[in-house]
Ligand binder design. Structure first.
Ligand code: FES
Length: 575
């Protein structure tokens, strides 16, 4: 039987309860804002951590969703307080939001730690915000529920359904190949993002929101609701109500997370055909909770779990269709036989109870383990002399002929070098070449930008080539596709073998055998290594300098070394 907290056990009681000068100060300042004792006495204080901003189109609606959450908190007898956190708009933050995921995680941890909060409702969804919010809340370990921003509506152009990112790349290639006019391109610009909400393909946002749900951090099916759907504000209000109850039940992240929960999340990610970015984020999330996880686990489970969500870029539909087909609850019900159904969740019920009665309404959108969209798997981890600590590919989004390939390398030293060269008419390139991009890793980018889907050279596009092997130590957007080998670890910037690859070398890929090999001798590798000079850090001062000093490699989840461990966060002294 769970013991319910008493009002005097609340964390906020330390700020507001005692009859002393310090608490007098806190209470008088609440009164300054127009509250009185009725607002806080005996009520859990729920911090609504909001990543809304004017420059994040994926989170525009979170301003009003915070009000919906507040309504729920008040209904359940709590005291809601909204606290802003950095918004990390994937579209606008440069060089990459990944540079700031850990900063958001730190901000969340410290917001929760330093304020008189008993529980939290986390509002986010645009790519790095979900892991950032979860990592911070897990480290602080007070009751927390996640309200996913939800996907935007389908894009539309001349009756064609457009998907975020995926169709930008597709039609950009058509434009570069001369098959789309400037006028048509401008129309696509106006039709591809039709409402607030996150990208609506199975990109990093949709993947991580689903993963948050599979980990047990949301109400059932919350992660699939399109942002403009009226079910979305209702879910926000329900989450506010639930947050209050979670405080009384002391249902903290550490009581929800376990190795089995993380396995559930990996399985859902794989069945969704989720973004490769999930590997990095989930490793970081799990390690914050003290759960040992490395990318090999993704590879192991990927051999068992096929892709069953028929959503782009691995499939044909979009997140809006996925919701109408039954959403994540329906997808999880298709995975019943492979999920641990006894895991606890924020609802106070188990995973199995949460998905009770779920049905698939459109079998072509949410398929089954027996009739999957792809058996190629959403993740394969390759290893070899080029990537001793591993690298990843999404086989389900790559042309099958490239799963086994050997080709001559064209190597680019960095992004600018690649951008200068890639469209040159005299570039000596064929569809069998292997394009290699260096210095796109955690330190080299810095922040491991999403440069991993290197553009197909214009010359090849005109010949009709739409996929080829591309290798980098960077990431790729979850909305991207193709035979892109990513996250090569260790990265080139710190002297990983990728740094020593030269144009004219040969690289061999064997996805079924999980191998990647640079065809040079060990002696030649050693000679190149001895001649290699480490580049100077890109940021000599500020946050960037701290980032470079403490960032982990891709296989370690790119967390800061001083944040990655589990462990009790100390409570602030109140004087
Ligand atoms: Fe925000 Fe894609 S840009 S989710």
């Amino acid at each position: 039987m769970t013991t319910r907290k008493r009002p005097e056990d609340l964390r906020s009681h330390r700020w507001f309860g005692p009859n002393d000068l310090r608490s007098f100060g806190h209470r008088s300042r609440l009164r300054q804002m127009g509250y009185d004792a009725e607002d806080w006495t005996g009520r859990p204080v729920i911090g609504i951590i909001n990543t809304w901003s004017d420059i994040n189109p994926c989170h525009v609606h979170l301003r009003s969703r915070a009000e919906d959450v507040k309504r729920g908190v008040l209904q359940a007898g709590g005291f809601p307080l909204e606290l802003p956190a950095m918004s990390l708009s994937e579209s606008f933050v440069k060089p990459t939001t990944m540079l700031y995921r850990n900063m958001l995680a730190m901000e969340v941890e410290e917001l929760l730690r330093s304020h008189p909060l008993d529980g939290a409702v986390l509002l986010g969804g645009c790519d790095k915000t979900t892991p950032g919010l979860l990592m911070g809340a897990i480290s602080m370990d007070i009751p927390a529920i996640f309200v996913p921003a939800g996907p935007m509506l389908r894009g539309n152009w001349h009756g064609n359904v457009l998907g975020s990112g995926s169709d930008s790349w597709k039609y950009w290639d058509e434009k570069r190949a001369g098959r789309i006019t400037d006028e048509q391109w401008a129309e696509i610009e106006g039709g591809i993002a039709r409402s607030y909400g996150t990208c609506m393909v199975m990109g990093t946002a949709a993947t991580m929101m689903a993963v948050a749900e599979a980990l047990g951090f949301t109400l059932p099916s919350a992660s699939s609701i399109p942002a403009p759907d009226a079910n979305h504000p209702r879910m926000a209000t329900q989450s506010g109500r639930r947050a209050v109850e979670m405080v009384w039940e002391d249902l903290t992240p550490s009581k929800i997370l376990s190795a089995e929960t993380v396995d559930n999340a990996i399985k859902v990610h794989l069945a969704m055909g989720g973004s490769t970015n999930c590997i990095i984020h989930l490793v970081a999330i799990a390690r914050r909770a003290g759960i040992k996880l490395d990318m090999n686990r993704f590879d192991e489970l990927s051999r068992e779990i096929p892709v069953i969500a028929n959503v782009r870029p691995s499939g044909a539909f979009l997140m809006e269709d996925f919701y109408y087909a039954g959403g994540i609850k329906a997808l999880m019900s298709q995975l019943r036989s492979v999920l641990d159904l006894d895991r606890p969740t924020v609802t106070g019920k188990t995973v199995g109870q949460n998905i009770e009665g779920a049905e698939v309404y459109k079998a072509d959108v949410i398929q089954s383990l027996n009739n999957p969209v792809s058996r190629d798997g959403a993740t394969a981890v390759l290893k070899g002399n080029l990537a001793p600590r591993g690298c990843v590919i999404k086989p389900s989004a790559a042309e099958k002929r490239l799963h086994k390939h050997r080709g001559k390398v064209i190597a680019f030293e960095d992004y600018n070098h690649m951008a200068r060269e890639i469209d040159r008419e005299d570039l000596d390139v064929t569809a069998d070449h292997v394009l290699v991009l260096k210095n796109a890793g955690p330190q080299g980018g810095p922040g491991m930008p999403e440069w991993g889907m290197l553009p197909i050279p214009k010359k090849l596009l005109k010949q009709g080539v739409r996929d080829m092997i591309r290798i980098s130590d960077g990431r790729m957007s979850g909305t991207s596709y193709g035979a892109c080998i990513l996250h090569v670890a260790p990265e080139s910037f710190v002297g990983g073998p990728l740094a020593f690859v030269q144009t004219g070398d040969e690289i061999e890929i064997d996805v079924p055998a999980r191998k990647i090999h640079l065809h040079i001798s060990d002696e030649e590798m050693a000679r190149r290594k001895a001649a290699w000079k480490a580049p100077s850090p890109k940021y000599p001062r500020g946050y960037g300098a701290m980032f470079s000093e403490h960032i982990g490699q891709a296989d370690d989840g790119c967390d800061f070394d001083f944040l990655s461990q589990a462990g009790k966060v100390s409570e602030p002294e109140i004087h």
